[in-house]
Design a protein around this ligand. Sequence first.
Ligand SMILES: Cc1ncc(C[n+]2csc(CCOP(=O)(O)OP(=O)(O)O)c2C)c(N)n1
Ligand code: SF4
Ligand SMILES: [Mg+2]
Length: 299
Amino acid sequence: MGEIRPVYLEDKLKEVEDSGRLDYRSKALPTWCPGCGYFSIVEAVATALCELGIPNENAVMVSGIGCSSRFPFFINTYGIHTLHGRALPSALGVKTANPALTVVAVGGDGDGFAIGGGHVPHAARRNLDITYLLFDNGIYGLTKGQTSPTSAIGFKTPTSPYANPDRPLNPLLMLLSYGASWVGQSYAGDPEHLRSMVRQALEHRGFSYLHILSPCVTFDKTHRTYVNLGMQVHPLPATHDPADKLAAMGEAMKNEQAPAVGLYYREQRPTLDDALDALVEKAGGEKRGLRGGRGRKLR
Ligand SMILES: Cc1ncc(C[n+]2csc(CCOP(=O)(O)OP(=O)(O)O)c2C)c(N)n1
Ligand code: SF4
Ligand SMILES: [Mg+2]
């Protein structure tokens, strides 16, 4: 067994300060319940933006409504807190107006797959060059615990005391069939894995969808808890090939029993920006603004 060393708070604080990632945290402290999985998502995004050297002013966080959608307040970049379910069309507008920006849409399972569910297939199939971080706690947290499209059958919540009768959606399988060019899954209880997956999602050119399993510690005491997820979550098989879409779909189907984290699928293909540029060129127009690309510094 290796030597156990003490960790001193001053050393840890210095390490965090020296890393530069605090520059990506806003002065507003998160208002989430203590223990909510969303805290680790803020840290993962701030760290990934810092590691990629994306200037604060070149990144935009776009959210809908929900506990998860408060996210833009806590990251030191531009941000828009839009309407319930409307993060993706708003993100599309931002990215299309200025393709050089790093645009990140964030929101919950209710925001993304209930009221906003109609927008997801189109952002994916058009390969809109943004990252979509879906915070899946399997519940409507903000409105105090209604079941959501990803709640398990039989789940009792404060507002569903007779248990949820509905089958949950399988978001990974949906995103793969919608044509997302990057599909991955991570867990808020594994900050290192989450940071790495957020970074990879940001680096991808095209629509990157990261499904993040995250406990709602206040309204879910029985299902998506740290104890349960800690036992269920496991890595994708080492032999999984992210270029193989059918294999990715097979792995996504197994998720209904036990969630596997990692990169399910990745492909490179032209983005919506490419299609719009080609269209403008064909019509004899001028090319749209800067094309710095995502994850790169603008000069
Ligand atoms: C048009 C509209 N309908 C309903 C609501 C009420 N509402 C606010 S957040 C929310 C669900 C949030 O759930 P989720 O997206 O999973 O986010 P979480 O709070 O769990 O992070 C609902 C139904 C609203 N704000 N606007
Ligand atoms: S209600 Fe649930 S999702 Fe919302 S902040 Fe609290 S723990 Fe997080
Ligand atoms: Mg939710």
